[in-house]
Write a protein of this length. Structure first.
Length: 149
């Protein structure tokens, strides 16, 4: 599987509880723009309405060689999920105070565009700071160990 884009902000801002792979209903110019790498999942999340899931705030830039019939970059895109998965996640989102965020977009070996979504709970500011401090300490320890080798 070839990654198209990864939402690094989601890993920093949220604690990932559960992951799921979903297909997307895309237009032809969107697929071509994705192949060009014109994708941004920075603030993308999933909204469930009428037993259907939609990807909101995902930016797929316009295709460079398209004519006047190009797609709208910020439109909502329908996600293709099984009803059982969708209803299970919908219950969790309504009861617990968690959200569904987009983690990464990738190509399958057959050339299909898929998106990995996650059930996530927001981190507190002190959790984020603690994680940064832990990374810095680990980096310093690795440097010292490398120096003595």
């Amino acid at each position: 599987m070839k990654n198209i884009t990864v939402n690094k902000k989601a890993f920093h801002d949220y604690e990932i509880i559960d992951k799921l792979e979903a297909g997307m209903a895309l237009l032809g110019t969107e697929v071509k723009a994705i192949r060009e790498g014109r994708v941004n999942l920075k603030d993308a999340y999933v909204d469930i309405r009428n037993r259907e899931a939609f990807l909101v705030s995902a930016h797929i830039g316009p295709y460079s060689n398209a004519n006047i019939n190009n797609h709208e970059p910020e439109r909502e895109r329908k996600l293709l999920l099984h009803k059982r998965e969708l209803s299970r996640w919908d219950k969790k989102v309504k009861t617990r105070g968690v959200t569904i965020v987009a983690l990464r977009m990738f190509f399958t070996p057959k050339g299909k565009v898929k998106i990995e979504i996650a059930l996530a709970k927001g981190k507190r500011a002190y959790d984020k700071k603690q994680k940064i401090i832990e990374k810095e300490v680990k980096r310093e320890i690795d440097r010292e160990l490398k120096r003595f080798r």
